[in-house]
Design a protein around this ligand. Sequence first.
Ligand code: DCT
Ligand code: MG
Length: 347
Amino acid sequence: MPLWVKEETGDAFEIMAENYEFKENEIFCLEFLRAASVLKFLPFPVTRMKDIQGLPCMGDRVRDVIEEIIEEGESFRAKEVLNDERYKSFKQFTSVFGVGVKTAEKWYRMGLQTLEEVKADKTLKLSKMQKAGFLYYEDLVSCVTKAEADAVSLIVKNTVCTFLPDALVTITGGFRRGKKIGHDIDFLITSPGPREDYELLHKGLLLYCDIIESTFVKEQLPSRNVDAMDHFQKCFAILKLYHPRADNSSYNTSKNFDMAQVKDWKAIRVDLVITPFEQYAYALLGWTGSRQFGRDLRRYATHERKMILDNHALYDRKKRIFLKAGSEEEIFAHLGLDYVEPWERNA
Ligand code: DCT
Ligand code: MG
């Protein structure tokens, strides 16, 4: 609804949610995120408080913000957050790859407020991930486009297939949901044959790579925590994507052209997730997101079906069996739900 979104400031609810995230207040954070999804998909504009009567996720804090927007056209609470020093510092700090709320908190407590101050402080011990985050900062904060995602997809597929010829490589995350831009590109990799090596994750094209080994234990029950990390082997990487050059004749003919000064590549954040073949459908459903859609689906499974769903499996607690699925359609069917297309999972 246009009412809720101001181009220059973003969504008031997302700002409120983020501020609570920075304060590690998960309950209030989720309250605003849920409200944002409910309002985003309302088929009518909200112009009076009566319009939100009976809607889910409209707690007092949320209603206060809605009331401000109805009366003033914008939320002064959200504006106050945007001008808050702590929020501004956390926003900058967490924009660096490898910096989460915990690190931001630490830096802020040390009296640091801007990224320049962090960079200038030589006493700080940065992790390998954070060093890469600063090194490629400009590239990484600029969004990944669909065209870049397609180019990276080709590279990843080609590379993976030289090692695992029958591998299945699928783009997940926001791009699978039809988004035109993203902050990273997510891939799922699986292969029906026996697992061989993860050497493919180490080959030349990676500027940075952090491999997390699989912690999956056979027959383990799905996690009940809707925000728990999964146990797949994965690699948080930064890939060097060279810009396509249709015609490079000008590079050759211009004598004064100094190739060394032209940066002809962009650093791109890529998540590679390796899954066993029989868990692929569950991993695909989980990694396609959105995060909120995944949470809602898992909550539905728990409360309405007495089942536990995570990125690995679906467990029926009444029958005490794992439900096998070879496709996302089968998972929705197990849950007694109509299939929801990836592009309809944005809330
Ligand atoms: N996900 C998950 N477990 C994780 C991380 C993510 O199941 N540990 C799921 C939730 C959403 C999806 O994977 C992709 O995550 P993101 O890349 O963070 O989100 P996105 O929807 O792709 O959005 P963005 O454009 O910001 O990348
Ligand atoms: Mg993503």
